[in-house]
Design a protein around this ligand. Structure first.
Ligand code: KG4
Ligand code: ZN
Length: 339
């Protein structure tokens, strides 16, 4: 096998049309992201039909830009990796069909990548020495999973959310406070100006026998707090709500991650997904990791939220195992990382 494997990666599972060229799973030659946030903002969330249409409009340009920025031609590519789930079915199909077309026309192998696996692999891009095993907390708009990464491509789900995902809770609370979409970054920013001890919201750990999460109780507590004050005509301080809500989420996420590491006697902690760019989560996870003598790694913000480079990294490790897809590759909206 040649010693530099170049993967063209395509991601279109939600509201970013993205493409990247990644060398040997860790070296990003280009990472083009066309975000639809400005369009979906006016609706307060992602509108699936609009997302699919925008992906169709943008994908060709995004892939061309990825090749140009990497300064390579399609002949130099070794494989095409594409997200095939989980995500919005119509959105996924745009990327998959485009990747299939390129794979056929350019005679390059096709690789189907799980979006969550992509988020996890985003960590290999900047931390060149990171290797399994490690504990990864995946926190995104659709997922909250505590994953034991045994080896490349080998995952054990140790805990997951029983209701809302962490990012979903952030987005819903942001809407209730009157912030825009997506709410996560806005709550993060507002929380910096608020008092995290102002309101004592519940820390829902369910019970100590499980590493599962639940955020619906916390969400109700915040909504009740806002409505009760509204009814009494008492002005609330959005920054304090943001900071107090965030602290309740982050404390539970960090607590369960430390517990997972202890259970597996694993000394490396990793963060992944859009919420992994949250400043308080990063700060508290670092603090607790240092306290327990664990190594802690997280991607830069640009590799936390959806991007093509993470799919290129995950695709590389599948390439090494010759895990190729064929033309029957289909969108799998509820694709699981492991049983
Ligand atoms: O991974 P991602 O880009 O898309 C999914 O796969 O879902 O994650 C998007 C989620 C949104 O819910 C967004 O509000 C949240 O990540 N998010 C954040 C921050 N940045 C993005 N949540 C909290 N703090 C942030 N700084
Ligand atoms: Zn994502």
């Amino acid at each position: 096998m040649k010693d530099n494997i170049l993967i063209l990666a395509i991601e279109s599972s939600c509201d970013e049309t993205a493409a990247a060229i990644v060398e040997n799973g860790r070296n990003v030659l280009s990472n083009i992201i066309s975000s639809q946030i400005e369009i979906h903002k006016q609706f307060g969330g992602v509108v699936p039909e609009v997302a699919s249409r925008k992906h169709i409009e943008n994908i060709n340009q995004v892939v061309q830009e990825a090749l140009i920025e990497a300064n390579i031609t399609h002949n130099e590519i070794d494989a095409i990796a594409v997200t095939y789930g989980p995500g919005l079915v119509g959105a996924l199909l745009v990327g998959i069909n485009f990747a299939k077309g390129l794979s056929y026309a350019w005679e390059k192998p096709l690789i189907g990548v799980n979006h969550i696996e992509g988020h996890i692999c985003a960590n290999y891009i900047e931390n060149k020495t990171l290797r399994p095993p490690y504990i990864c907390l995946v926190v995104s708009g659709g997922h909250t999973d505590l994953v034991y990464v045994k080896d490349y491509g080998e995952y054990e789900i140790m805990g997951k959310t029983r209701d809302d995902a962490a990012g979903e809770a952030y987005d819903k609370i942001a809407r209730a406070i009157g912030f825009g979409y997506p709410g996560g970054p806005l709550i993060d920013k507002a929380a910096k100006m608020g008092n995290k001890e102002a309101i004592k919201f519940p820390r829902v750990v369910i019970d100590d026998d499980t590493l599962d999460f639940s955020f619906s109780g916390l969400k109700s507590a915040v909504l009740n707090y806002i409505h009760n004050n509204e009814q009494k005509n008492i002005a609330v301080i959005p920054e304090d709500i943001a900071a107090s809500f965030q602290e309740a989420v982050v404390e539970v996420l960090v607590y369960k991650t430390m517990k997972a590491a202890k259970l597996k006697k694993c000394k490396t902690i990793v963060l992944a997904g859009g919420v992994a760019s949250n400043s308080r989560l990063r700060e508290l996870m670092q603090k607790e990791s240092t306290k327990h003598n664990y190594e802690f790694t997280k991607p830069s913000s640009i590799f936390c939220t959806d991007n093509g480079a993470m799919i290129g990294s995950a695709g590389y490790y599948k390439y090494l195992k010759s895990e190729f897809a064929n033309s029957s590759l289909n969108a799998t909206p509820n694709l699981k990382l492991a049983k």
